[in-house]
Design a protein around this ligand. Structure first.
Ligand SMILES: Nc1ncnc2c1ncn2[C@@H]1O[C@H](COP(=O)(O)OP(=O)(O)OP(=O)(O)O)[C@@H](O)[C@H]1O
Length: 255
């Protein structure tokens, strides 16, 4: 069985379908880029993997089990806007990334000292050791996002979920972050799901690029149908994708 297995997943909000019949298998260590039109349900898909929501129908399994409810060290998350704690120093933010995954939400005594040492190792790794005692507001956008990624990685998650993590960064910083993420990934063999609006970024970083789209479309009622994975591109092997159409081609449905 695949590491992550999504079977016939539907998600609706009220009567409004968002995702329809989503099926995908992901192996451990794969980097999955997710692209698709705004509002088609990409973040919803991530929330389902995080068990922040339960699918209306269908099943999701991670390593053979339903995704555990947060907080859980199995998964780390990074959103587009810096998800760091503004009232904590950089080091405290890193410690919080790990301690939130603890049963009581924090460390005590010896465990706290050990957590501090681990945090300092992470800070070295993400190039923020020199600002460990500063607050996030004093950092540039790229540094804050590096902190957010460092925070997500402290608990050594097996799955990293990235929702447009570099969307708010300038192009130069974005390229630096690509290198940073690829290095981390090579070190950890994490499975990564990354939502992006940038196709080039999706193909550059991803092993596979999943396209979410609506296979059925009613021009008189654009919200009548949900989206699914319409293409699953293999982005390895020199970046020349082969394409696999996972659903019937787009057929406009006229009333
Ligand atoms: N909890 C909710 N209740 C009702 N509707 C919701 C809820 N969460 C999301 N939606 C709707 O579901 C649709 C899909 O949202 P989602 O954020 O998953 O899309 P997305 O593909 O990530 O969009 P974007 O690319 O703009 O971030 C949107 O129309 C949104 O308004």
């Amino acid at each position: 069985m695949s590491f992550v297995s999504v079977r016939d997943v539907f998600q609706s909000y009220g009567r409004r379908p968002i995702l329809e019949r989503v099926n995908v298998d992901v192996e451990q260590g794969e980097f999955i880029s997710i692209v698709g039109a705004s509002g088609c349900g990409k973040s919803t898909f991530l929330r389902l993997l995080l068990a922040q929501e339960t699918p209306t129908r269908g099943t999701i399994s991670i390593d053979g089990n339903p995704p555990a409810v947060e907080p859980n060290p199995e998964r780390g998350v990074v959103f587009q806007r810096y998800s760091v704690f503004p009232h904590m120093t950089i080091r405290q933010n890193i410690i919080a990334g790990e301690s939130l995954a603890q049963p009581f939400g924090r460390f005590f005594g010896k465990a706290q000292r050990a957590a501090r040492e681990r945090a300092d190792t992470v800070l070295e790794r993400i190039g923020l050791a020199h600002v460990a005692d500063q607050y996030p507001a004093t950092l540039s956008g790229g540094m804050q996002q590096r902190l957010a990624i460092g925070q997500a990685l402290t608990a050594k998650p097996r799955i990293l979920l990235l929702d447009e993590p570099f969307g708010a960064l300038d192009p130069g910083t974005r390229l630096q972050m690509h290198d940073f993420l690829m290095e981390l990934r090579a070190e950890t063999n994490m499975t990564v799901f990354m939502v992006t609006h940038d196709l080039t970024e999706g193909f550059k970083l991803g092993d596979r690029v999943l396209v979410f789209d609506k296979p059925r479309w009613d021009p008189t009622d654009p919200e009548a149908f949900g989206a699914t994975i319409t293409y699953d591109f293999d982005a390895r092997d020199g970046g020349i994708p082969y394409q696999r159409l996972t659903e019937e081609t787009h057929v406009p449905i006229t009333a």
